[in-house]
Every structure is written in structure tokens, then in C-alpha cells.
Design a protein around this ligand. Structure first.
Ligand code: ADP
Length: 305
């Protein structure tokens, strides 16, 4: 039987990272850094994570007509991701993130969205059949909100489950929230969405109730090393994260979201899907990198049957 398809709408960036002893101050030049380049962008990270866990993934994204865009598309294909709707923009370059990391792991990031910001709702037209026949659509906030709103309302009308990972943090319209089935903020994002400070489980519960009151059926707030809080049907479930030695938590949320949608697309219960997502994300934090840290299906405990 063909696997239920998952659509991921989102960003693709190239992360250009320089490690230096400390972060540069305005006007300062620091010599002696080391440089490396990684494929990134929340949409791409989540698509790679979900594909490695066995999901049937189509990515809707936009890259520039340049070497970074071409490399990104090649990488997606290697991961088994359907790239039919990864568009190449003629005017804008591929998205780039300049990341400076210091010896303490502190970082400073500037993103030039480039082609990601040019993923407009007209681009979605050619993918509408695919969206209407999908089981789940997963989105984040690194592409224009107007496009996300458009996809969410189209998916909802067609009975397709909409999962929104509201990252990076932003305030969202009530109209958009009403079209979201499952929202997956981290603590900071949950605080931003609800105008509250989310710094413990009780505060997360309060934020989850607010989001539910705005029309989101299921709220999953990720709590870093403390796992995740699930709220649905007036019921809270706290899911602990496996205890691991974290070396790099970059993209933990992305791996979590990719794993979550794979488990849900395979008919797992919400609780089981969140446990699976916690297991996958815990593996990723024990490894360096974003996409590089995403585990394969045979590595993750309790893989959905
Ligand atoms: P984000 O990466 O978006 O900031 P979180 O920090 O909440 O989001 O992490 C997402 C998920 O990754 C958590 O719900 C948890 O399952 C897992 N995770 C993050 N940090 C750790 C850690 N130190 N140990 C185990 N799991 C972790």
C-alpha cells in the first residue's frame, strides 16, 4: 500500500558558520575562526528528518538560481524527498544564515531569507492536488505568513491535518490559529503566541489552554530536556525526554516535528507520536549539526509499525 503523503511547506537555507573564541562586537574583526557550511532552514531540516524516518515527503519551498539552491535540491533528492514543488526563483538568491558561534556555544545569527521570502501563495496553485490528497501538512514561519495562511485554509477545507511549528517566534492571527489542528511551539514561542512567560510546566499548561481557546485542537509545547507537554480534549499529558548527554541542540525542534508527522501519518495516537518525536529528537541532540544529526528509522526506539 502507498504510504500516506506528508507535505512540508517551508524554508531552505545554507548555514554558513564561523566558530570564533568570542562573538564579534560591532566594528570588530576577529581572526582565527574556523568555517563550515551546512544545509539548513527549518522546512528543509524537518523534511530531511521526516524522510529519514520513512515518511513519504513532498517539500514545497523556493531556492535561488545559484549553486546553493542546486546543492539543496540534490540533497533533498538523495534523501528521497519529492522536489517537484521546490521552485527556483530567478530574482532572489537562495536563503543564507550567517552564524557566529563562540567557544561557549553562544551564537549570533543573521538570516537573509532570499528566495524563501518569495514563496508566494500563487506558487501553491500547482501543488494543490497534492495537498488535497495528503494526510498532513507541516509548516513553520520562515516563509511568508500569507502563504502559510493560504495553505492552512486550503488544507482545512480539504480535511487535511495542519501542523504548525510556529518558529521563529511570532504573533499569529486568530484566523490562522483556527485553521491549525496541531501547534508545536517551544517554550519561548508559546510565550510569544500567548503574551505570557512560559518558564515551567504550569506556565506551559496556561499557554496551552489559551491556544486551545483560540481554536487549535491539539497543543504540544516542547520543553527542551524536559520533553513535551501535550494538551488535547481538556487533558494534559507530560512526556519526559530520554536522558542523554546533549552536545548540540541545534534543530532539536525540527527533528521533533519531522518525527511527529511521520508517526501521525502512520495512524499512531497523539501520545505515541509525541513519545516517538521525543525519542528521535533526543538522538539528534547527541550529535553535531542540524540535518546531519537527524536519525534514521532503525535508530529510533518505538518506531511506528
Ligand atoms: P527547539 O529546538 O525548537 O528550541 P526544544 O528545545 O523544546 O525546541 O527541543 C525540542 C525537543 O527536543 C524537546 O521536546 C525534546 O524532546 C528534545 N530535546 C531538546 N533538548 C534535549 C535534551 N537536552 N535532552 C533530550 N531531549 C532534548
Amino acid at each position: 500500500m502507498k504510504k500516506p503523503s506528508i507535505i512540508i511547506v517551508g524554508s531552505s537555507n545554507t548555514d554558513m558558520v564561523i566558530k570564533s573564541p568570542y562573538l564579534a562586537k560591532p566594528g570588530e574583526t576577529i581572526l582565527g575562526g574556523t568555517f563550515f557550511m551546512n544545509a539548513g532552514g527549518k522546512g528543509a531540516n524537518q523534511a530531511v528528518a521526516a524522510a529519514r524516518l520513512g515518511g513519504n515527503i513532498s517539500l514545497i519551498a523556493k531556492v535561488g538560481n545559484d549553486i546553493f539552491g542546486k546543492q539543496a535540491i540534490e540533497l533533498f533528492k538523495k534523501e528521497g524527498i519529492d522536489t517537484t514543488h521546490v521552485f527556483t526563483d530567478k530574482k532572489h538568491p537562495s536563503g543564507v544564515a550567517l552564524i557566529n558561534v563562540d567557544d561557549n556555544g553562544e551564537n549570533c545569527i543573521v538570516v537573509a531569507s532570499g528566495a524563501n521570502a518569495a514563496l508566494i501563495k500563487e506558487d501553491i496553485e500547482s501543488a494543490k492536488d497534492k495537498i488535497a490528497n495528503a494526510s498532513i501538512v507541516l509548516m513553520q514561519l520562515e516563509t511568508p505568513v500569507s502563504t502559510i495562511e493560504h495553505v492552512a485554509s486550503f488544507a482545512k477545507v480539504n480535511g487535511v491535518k495542519v501542523v504548525l511549528n510556529p518558529a521563529p517566534a511570532a504573533e499569529l492571527s486568530d484566523e490562522l490559529l483556527q485553521n491549525i489542528n496541531i501547534i508545536t511551539p517551544n517554550q519561548h514561542e508559546a510565550g510569544m503566541l500567548t503574551n505570557t512567560v512560559v518558564d515551567d510546566v504550569d506556565a506551559a499548561k496556561h499557554a496551552a489552554r489559551i491556544l486551545n481557546g483560540k481554536g487549535v485542537e491539539t497543543v504540544i509545547i516542547t520543553l527542551g530536556a524536559n520533553g513535551a507537554l501535550l494538551y488535547e480534549k481538556d487533558f494534559f499529558t507530560e512526556i519526559a525526554a530520554p536522558v542523554v548527554k546533549a552536545v548540540d541542540t541545534t534543530a532539536a525542534g525540527d527533528i521533533f516535528n519531522g518525527a511527529l508527522v511521520v508517526a501521525l501519518s502512520e495512524g499512531k495516537t497523539m501520545k505515541h507520536a509525541v513519545e516517538y518525536a521525543c525519542n528521535a529528537a533526543a538522538i539528534s541532540v547527541t550529535r553535531l549539526g542540524a540535518q546531519a544529526s537527524a536519525p534514521y528509522r532503525n535508530e529510533v526506539a518505538d518506531a511506528p509499525a
